[in-house]
Design a binder for this molecule. Structure first.
Ligand code: ADP
Ligand code: MG
Ligand code: ZN
Length: 478
C-alpha cells in the first residue's frame, strides 16, 4: 500500500538573554554546576517569579518574523509534572493563550515553494539537567544552571510531507532566529532542539494516522534519519495489519534506531492552570510596532535581493545568506570591488573552502572584505592572472595580510604582458617539443593545452594566459 507521510515539528529555542526568564541569574552555558541559581530558579517555597521583559520582546520578534498574530494579552500557565530536574514540580509555560499564533514559513524543496503553518509560539522556562558521572555509581547529580533559562516553543501545523521538508523548515526557522539574534542556533549544545511528530496514512485518506513523537536529535542529519526510520517502522506495522501506538521515542544516533521512551501523555494529564504568581502579559500595539520597525532584513528577503540586485543564481545567493556576517562580508566586498559576481565566486570557492578547512568563521576571517576586493582589482586590471591570484590569496589568508599589491610586488608575481618576451618563450617551448607540435599539426589539438602549460611553467605562472593562447596559436597555425 502507498502511504503519505505527515510531520509536525515542535522546536525549542533557547533565547540569548543575559538573565533567566523569571530571575536575574546568568544564562551562561558551561559554568560550574549550580553556580547560576537562586531561590526562584531552584523552586524554594515562597520565592516569586518576575518576568524578564526582554523575553517578551524576543518572542514578539520571532512572531513577527514568522508572520504570526501577536496577542495583546497572553497568560502564563503551570504545566504540572514530576521530574528531578524540575524543582517546582511544574514548568511555567503558556497554554491556551500563547503570545503568538497563526503564522507561517515558506520553504523551498527541489525548487518548489511550500508554505508551512505555524500554530503557535509561546514562552516558557527550561528545566535543569541531570548529570550522571562517567564511572556511573548509582548516583545522579542535578545542575540547575539551565533551570529557568528562557525558551520559545514554536509549534508547526502537521503540514510537512517528507523528512526533506522537515529539514528545510528547521533550517529556515533556525536561520530566522539567528538573523534576529535571539538564539545562537547551536543544536549540539541544545539551544535549538526539535521534537518531530510523525504519522503516515494511506494516500487519499483525510484522517491523520496515529503519531509518534521523536526526541533527542541534535543535528539536521539526525532529524532526517530519525524521521525516515520512523516512517519505515510505521509502514511495516501497518502493512502487517498492526496498529501504531501514540508514544514518545528516543533517537539513538550511534545505532541509527529509535526506542520507545514512554507512552505519550495528553494535555489534560498536566493539569494546566494559569500561574497565580504572574500577571497576564499585556503587550501594547505601540510596542509591537516598535519591534516590527527594528527587525533586520530576513534571510528570504535578503536572498531575493541578492538575486535581483547582484544578478546571482539562487544556489549562490542561498549560500551567501547562510549567516548575517557572511552576507555582510559579501556586500562589503562587492561594494569595494564593484564586480559582485566575481566577489561571490571567490567567496564561494577560495574563501569558504579555506574557512571550512580551518573550521574558522567569517567573523575571524584573516582577509577583510577590502583586502579581497583589492586582490580582485589586480585581476581585473591585468596585473595578475586568476591563477596567480589564488596563490596571492593563500598568502593573504595565511599571513592575515590585506595588502595584495604588496605581496604581488614582493614576490615578483606581476603578470608578464610583454609580447616580445612572451613570443621568445613560446618559440623556445615549441622548439623544445617538436613531437607535440607535429601532433598538433596532424589535428590532435589536445596537445595545445599541454603547450600552454609549458609556457606557464617557464614563466612560473606569471604569463598573461590570454596572450599566451594568442601567441601559441599564431606560431602553430601561422
Ligand atoms: P503535544 O504538545 O502533546 O505534543 P500538540 O497538539 O501540540 O501536542 O501537537 C504537537 C505537534 O504534533 C504539532 O506540531 C502538530 O502539528 C503535530 N501533529 C499533530 N497530529 C499529528 C499527526 N497525526 N501526525 C503528525 N504530526 C501531528
Ligand atoms: Mg509534543
Ligand atoms: Zn535564579
Amino acid at each position: 500500500m502507498n502511504f503519505e507521510v505527515v510531520i509536525g515539528l515542535e522546536v525549542h529555542a533557547q533565547l540569548l538573554t543575559k538573565t533567566k526568564i523569571f530571575c536575574s541569574c546568568s544564562t551562561t552555558f558551561g559554568d560550574e554546576p549550580n553556580a547560576n541559581t537562586c531561590p526562584v530558579c531552584t523552586g524554594l517555597p515562597g520565592a516569586l517569579p518576575v518576568l524578564n521583559r526582554r523575553v517578551v520582546e524576543y518572542a514578539i520578534r520571532a512572531g513577527l518574523a514568522t508572520n504570526c498574530r501577536i496577542a495583546e494579552r497572553s497568560v502564563f500557565a503551570r504545566k504540572n509534572y514530576f521530574y528531578p530536574d524540575l524543582p517546582k514540580g511544574y514548568q511555567i509555560s503558556q497554554y491556551d493563550l500563547p503570545i503568538c499564533e497563526d503564522g507561517f514559513l515558506d520553504i523551498f524543496v527541489d525548487g518548489e515553494q511550500k508554505r508551512i503553518g505555524i500554530t503557535r509560539i509561546h514562552m516558557e522556562e527550561d528545566a535543569g539537567k541531570l548529570v550522571h558521572p562517567d564511572d556511573y555509581s548509582g548516583v545522579s547529580y542535578v545542575d540547575y544552571n539551565r533551570a529557568c533559562v528562557p525558551l520559545l516553543e514554536i509549534v508547526s501545523e502537521p503540514d510537512m510531507r517528507s523528512s526533506a521538508e522537515a529539514v528545510a523548515y528547521l533550517k529556515g526557522l533556525r536561520d530566522i532566529l539567528m538573523y534576529l539574534e535571539i538564539c545562537d542556533g547551536n543544536m549540539e549544545e541544545g539551544s535549538f532542539r526539535c521534537d518531530a511528530n510523525v504519522s503516515i496514512r494511506p494516500f487519499g485518506q483525510e484522517e491523520f494516522g496515529i503519531r509518534a513523537e521523536l526526541k533527542n536529535m541534535n543535528s539536521f542529519r539526525n532529524v532526517q534519519r530519525a524521521i525516515d526510520y520512523e516512517v519505515e517502522r510505521q509502514r511495516e506495522i501497518l502493512e502487517q495489519g498492526g496498529r501504531v501506538i501514540q508514544e514518545t521515542r528516543l533517537w539513538d544516533a550511534d545505532q541509527n534506531i529509535s526506542r520507545s521512551m514512554r507512552g505519550k501523555e495528553e494535555a489534560h494529564d498536566y493539569r494546566y492552570f494559569p500561574d497565580p504568581d504572574l500577571l497576564p502579559v499585556v503587550v501594547e500595539p505601540s510596542w509591537i510596532e516598535a519591534v516590527r520597525k527594528s527587525l533586520p532584513e530576513l534571510p528570504q528577503a535578503k536572498r531575493d535581493r541578492f538575486m535581483a540586485e547582484y544578478g546571482l543564481p539562487a544556489a549562490d545567493a542561498d549560500i551567501l545568506i547562510g549567516s548575517r556576517p557572511l552576507a555582510d562580508y559579501f556586500e562589503a566586498a562587492a561594494a569595494a570591488a564593484g564586480n559582485a559576481k566575481m566577489v561571490s565566486n571567490w567567496i564561494l570557492s577560495e574563501l569558504l573552502r579555506r574557512l571550512n578547512d580551518d573550521k574558522g568563521s567569517i567573523e575571524s576571517c584573516p582577509v577583510s572584505p577590502a583586502g579581497l576586493a583589492g586582490l580582485l582589482k589586480l585581476i581585473e586590471n591585468g596585473t595578475i592572472s586568476g591563477k596567480i591570484a589564488k596563490q596571492v590569496f593563500a598568502a593573504m589568508y595565511a599571513e592575515g595580510n590585506d595588502d595584495a599589491a604588496g605581496i604581488v610586488k614582493a614576490r615578483g608575481l606581476v603578470q608578464i604582458d610583454d609580447r616580445q618576451a612572451l613570443e621568445e618563450i613560446v618559440r623556445r617551448v615549441l622548439a623544445a617539443h617538436p613531437d607535440e607540435v607535429e601532433k598538433f599539426r596532424q589535428g590532435k589539438t589536445k596537445v595545445f593545452g599541454f603547450l600552454v602549460g609549458q609556457v606557464m611553467r617557464e614563466t612560473r605562472g606569471k604569463a598573461n594566459p590570454g596572450l599566451v593562447n594568442e601567441l601559441l596559436r599564431r606560431e602553430l597555425e601561422g
